[in-house]
Design a binder for this molecule. Sequence first.
Ligand code: MF3
Ligand code: CO
Length: 260
Amino acid sequence: MTIQKKSKDEIEQMRQAGRIVYQVLEHLRSLVKPGVSTGMLGRAADEKISELGGKALFRGVPNPYAGYPFPAAICASIDDEVVHGIPSDSRILNEGQIISIDCGVRYGRYCGDATITVAVGEISDSVRRLMTVTQEVLDIAIQMIRPGVRWSQIAAKMQAHVELNGYSVVKDFVGHGIGVEMHEDPKIPNFVSRELLRNDILLEAGMVLAVEPMVNMGSSAVRYGKDGWVVCTTDHQPSVHCEHTIAVTEDGSDVLTDGR
Ligand code: MF3
Ligand code: CO
């Protein structure tokens, strides 16, 4: 495993990619309402990315399990869909649903990757609470990231916040380093495992991480859906996903996908 650390100049270039991701996601957030299809959101993402001079990163990503590459610029995952939902014109948003929109963009040499989960109209208090806790889990990571901290210390706090609220962390998918490639070393889990403790990550300035907690209201168990891409909760209870691209700085963290 080799962790590619980035210079301050590279981090500024990554912020430009991250800013495009932010602008795309905020545009899509404004479009989410009952009656809109995820296919339409996918097209709106492509338009916005090219208008801003970026390149969609997800289209063409291979998946041996599905047997075909990801066909769109965003993942659009509704309710019990955890990640990797394929946008479709036949998938119409309904009042009370939640949709996670994941977007990755290359701008120049560097990548940015972020996810927001958005309510469609009015949602139940219980699902609103799941959204709030998931955002808090990402905020815990942002607050704790600094040189000298081991990732397991952060993952432990993230997992504890989920579980103390009665929810579960998805274990089958994790965050990742990011830079010239969308997926670089190291893997960034949202939970503590023997594997992580055996091979912990000591944070250093210049590391850039895509941190992406996936929190289930019910069981942590997930399985692939029919199209071979979408991942759903096995109990069909809702799941929320939030993600930011975050640089480790000399004295803390710097979120590169928050629009600054
Ligand atoms: N944020 C996800 C990830 O980092 C999105 C990848 S979707 C894919 O892995 F289509 F590119 F696979
Ligand atoms: Co990611």
